[in-house]
Write a protein that binds this ligand. Structure first.
Ligand code: F6P
Length: 255
């Protein structure tokens, strides 16, 4: 029984690799829409993967969200010589404290026995504040660390769910509906073909920065995120998708 389950997941992983055209896929059992422990299983898979790819003194940029919070909750120390640094990928999106990237990197670094830096910038930010804030020496310093990160850990959200969670103004939500936004990652909203239909103005990692990163690790699961995952992977940069069985099966059904 156990072996056949493992075999089943390996088959799923290979089919998702082909469907989404991604180098590595890890699928954990279950559906994280229904059970919190499934998110933690994705978190554990993410921590094991990190241990394989991490190099000494690596900088790890991390986004917000409940999935990344789960990764933080199951983080364990790296090898002693591995003095890693955690930074938030972007300014805190007006989300609940526990789901903000700043909170998550603080917890990750404590559990991994590494260091962290924070980015105290509102997200979204007005154009005039943006122009000023990116000239602040303390902000410039953290931004440098973010842009030169070795590893990026990020989540993907369903576009309209994220717009709602961020209390996005009504007009913008209508625009997202009109433009058929399906997914959201790094403050960018994408349609089913993976085109950017809207970008939240904020300080931190931009989509084009991903191209120079050694490792981009995507963690997203739950049947309800299948379409969002497909959309991000149309053009999105990622070396590995860590997901769950329910999302993987739905992706295969959709395609
Ligand atoms: O708000 C940060 C963020 O990483 C978004 O970019 C992403 O859409 C979302 O969180 C994922 O959140 P969750 O893991 O809670 O679904």
């Amino acid at each position: 029984q156990f072996m056949s389950e493992i075999m089943g997941l390996t088959v799923l992983e290979n089919r998702i690799k082909e469907t989404l055209q991604v180098e590595n896929v890890i699928v954990v059992p279950g559906n994280s829409d229904d059970a919190e422990w499934v998110k933690q299983e994705m978190g554990k898979a993410c921590v094991s993967y990190l241990k394989k790819i991490i190099s000494p003194n690596a900088t790890i940029a991390v986004t917000g969200g409940t999935t990344m919070a789960s990764v933080a909750s199951v983080m364990t120390p790296f090898e002693l010589e591995n003095n890693c640094l955690f930074v938030p990928a972007r300014g805190g999106i007006g989300e609940k404290m526990e789901n903000q990237a700043n909170t998550i990197v603080a917890q990750m670094s404590r559990k991994a026995q590494g260091d962290y830096r924070l980015l105290y910038v509102p997200d979204p930010i007005s154009d005039s504040s943006y122009q000023n804030i990116i000239q602040e020496p303390s902000i410039i310093e953290v931004l440098q660390l973010i842009k030169n990160a070795d590893i990026v850990l990020h989540g993907i959200g369903d576009a309209l769910t994220m717009a709602e969670r961020r209390k996005t103004p009504h007009e913008l939500r209508e625009k997202l509906v009109e433009e058929n936004a399906v997914s959201e990652a790094f403050g960018y909203y994408f349609d089913q073909q993976g085109n950017v239909v809207h970008k939240v103005r904020t300080v931190g990692l931009q989509l084009e920065d991903l191209e120079s990163m050694k490792h981009v690790v995507t963690v997203a699961g739950g049947k309800s995120k299948a379409k969002a995952i497909e959309s991000y992977f149309k053009h999105g940069t990622s070396n590995v998708l860590i997901t769950d069985e329910a999302a993987a099966e739905q992706i295969l059904r959709d395609t």
